[in-house]
Design a protein around this ligand. Sequence first.
Ligand code: FAD
Length: 395
Amino acid sequence: MKTVDALILGAGAAGLFCGARAAARGRSVLVLDHARKPAEKVRISGGGRCNFTNMETEPKAFISANPHFAKSALARYTPWDFCDLMAAHGLTWHEKTLGQLFCDQRSGAVIQMLLDELSHARGELALEVEIGEIVFANGRFIVQSTFGPVSAAHLIVATGGLSIPKMGATGLAYQIARQFGHDIVPTRPALVPLTFTGAAHDAFSALSGVSVQVEARAQAGPSFVENMLFTHRGLSGPAVLQISSYWREGERISVDLAPGRDVRTALSEARDSAARQTLESFLSGELPARLAPHICAEVDLPATIRLAELSKVNIEILAQTLKAWRLTPAGTEGWRTAEVTAGGVDTNALSSRTMESRKRPGLFFIGECVDVTGWLGGYNFQWAWASAAAAAEAI
Ligand SMILES: Cc1cc2nc3c(=O)[nH]c(=O)nc-3n(C[C@H](O)[C@H](O)[C@H](O)COP(=O)(O)OP(=O)(O)OC[C@H]3O[C@@H](n4cnc5c(N)ncnc54)[C@H](O)[C@@H]3O)c2cc1C
């Protein structure tokens, strides 16, 4: 039987990084994954350029039933630590927007860096391995697999969440967590487009491809000023992906189509100064032109109505629609396209310093399988690196 200090399940961002750091501390490490290639989500991330961290990483950018849980790990392994590692491997990066750092050499270079770190430290990696039964006996974890049985003093679960099953996502982490007595905070797709039915679906489908800067919010959580994209099935774009992580079935969302602008005053002034202008023409100055007739229909006014003909009530309704457009999504695009999983292994029974289980010492959960979900923009990888580093220190 193969015997190691640390057996890591999952060769994704968190698993490879944890393996490399534990091996660098002199631990014997084996990383197992059922996929043909490691870290496939790193490969496709950030449109192929891996948005590997965010300079503005703060605990408030992470959603969890325990908002304090991520603080310790995030404070001890920062975005700058990962930048230093990238620089030591000759990799460079650029900030795209809002603190989001992307790798100049494409995401394959980040994967190669993780693999080099692991192999230089003499950590082992085996791919296309199916994981079987796991038991804890005589102070060690015995894991059956198509690699053969492995005995490990520490078992680190880094098999991610449920998003994109086509890429090999499974619920193994939750299964192992339950086996050892952990609770699971109900999982749901996050960073995912929202879908609509009925009239909204038909209208959005006709607007497909239109992008507009908005300030969007779900009933809970902060608002996000970013782009919103109309799609054939509903709404997407960064602003909508961000609020999808807070949205719950049946709830409304609110969209300000003119963030930072006082459209009520602008409309009233235009009614006096450009009385013959049509409403559609006015709205086309405020919004993408294709959206203007839709807003007229939304407030039951003809697109050709002159501004002079608008009543005070009309202006009030228009302003309310533009500044706080209320919509009720029917659902989300689901696991097929969700970038991450919200919910996961309940942090109540994990150490926030080390990610170690309080139910079964020696067992660790890191990365996306834990109930910590970052905003869009490199935060999820920063959580993968930070939680991996925290566990590696304790192995
Ligand atoms: C399209 C897309 C783009 C993204 N872009 C970004 C981005 O730019 N920035 C960012 O911060 N985040 C991004 N994310 C999120 C990010 O990819 C994840 O948060 C991150 O990969 C989680 O790391 P992880 O190691 O916990 O899990 P994963 O990276 O999912 O790794 C889990 C590993 O476990 C393996 N595994 C799963 N089940 C089993 C099993 N039963 N047996 C054996 N092995 C198993 C998988 O094959 C996989 O290799 C993106 C996600 C997607 C889907």
